[in-house]
Design a protein around this ligand. Sequence first.
Ligand code: SF4
Ligand code: SF4
Length: 458
Amino acid sequence: MNAFVKEKIQKDFQERMDRDELENCMRCGFCLPACPTYIQSGYDETQSPRGRIALMKGIVDGEIEPDEDIEQTLNECLGCRACEPACPAGVNYGHLLEEARDIFNQNKKHSLPERVIRKTVFDGLFPHQSRMQNMTSLLGMYQRSGLQKVTRKIGFMKLFPETMATMERVLPDVQTRKEMRERPTYYENEKAPKATVAFFKGCLMDTMFMDINQMTIDLLQKVGCDIAVPDTQNCCGALHGHSGEKEKAKELAKENIKAFEKVSADFIITNAGGCGAFLYDYDHLLKEDSEWAERAKNFTAKIKDITAILVELDFHNTPLQLPEQVVTYQDSCHLRNVQKTFEEPRTLMRSIEGVQYEEMNQADRCCGSAGIYNIVHSELSMKHLDYKMEQVKDTAATTIVTTNPGCLLQMKLGIEREGLSDKMRAIHIVELLSEAVNYSEEKAGAYMATHEKVRYSI
Ligand code: SF4
Ligand code: SF4
């Protein structure tokens, strides 16, 4: 980083960072025990929220020169925002981090391969759902054609870093492109609806985890909702916002606000904690845009996680059953720390007969997935995951439930790394609830059939 770049970063910090927010930090350290990177680093202050805020403030005040070490410290933050609920001063660390990372990124001279990858991912892929469908359907073809079996047999994946090779083994079975494309945009309830909701489908959730999206819609129908799925919605922009591509994130936010304004819904439902939290932050993202600030506020006010709407509409009082099993829950950091939704998933799991719910120690501590953290900081991420798996094993759970696609893949990865895939599984909460609905209906059907047989034989 040369002197000119350092000077430019300093200037951008002085112009763009929220000084009030920085000054709100009174350096009390209450956030330290909540921070996984601080603990994992052996209590290194620069790996803590307080330390990172001090570095940001030091740059703004001209007391510290920005350099690669500070950039790395900021990049090694998981962005889990566990420091926020712990902070008595209400410092919004997530917003500070996002802005600081964006400044570093905007002033960075990326190498040519980096520029190509960033352009492909941020501009060419995620904001185009049809391209996401094409790409994931290639994965589906790879899985169905037998190529996957061949590559595994000949050990081809050993040529890749260990985490990537393990990740390949835990990817879900992907549907065909035709199945991804041919879906309704409105689901009407037969009875008068209890609520009209709009469903935010997400880019990964609607391709790689499409079946979970369908189960979400089925549950919403079951609980009495009419559901609109606006077809002009796009990626939420979280990946962009957290990777120093704030302008692109704003464009995507505007597209989504426009798409959801076209349907008149009581709530906008998400089933991915990470996406939901970013949608929930649109009002902050667009607060300085006079045309969009109010529209963003209205949009944000409607965001609700699937677990929250299900509890609100009394789903947890539906008598449901599952074969006996021990279940534990890994909080999605963003669902918990930003959307403040953590009781509802637990209420839903505990309501199922046959489920023995065991709270894991530090369920609210990040699993190390953190967007693309497990790819770009693989080694650090695996340390967080190994710690998490120790807590999981202590519960003796056979089912780990999550509420976010990144956490779901990370927990599957953890199970695979521990060699526990024949004893343990990781699923999304929507999958657990759908299993309970199907199992209970089948049991009721079997009971009715026996009952009918008895009645007719009398
Ligand atoms: S966001 Fe998470 S990792 Fe980053 S400083 Fe806060 S608690 Fe620590
Ligand atoms: S808890 Fe809040 S005020 Fe205290 S050091 Fe952490 S961020 Fe600063």
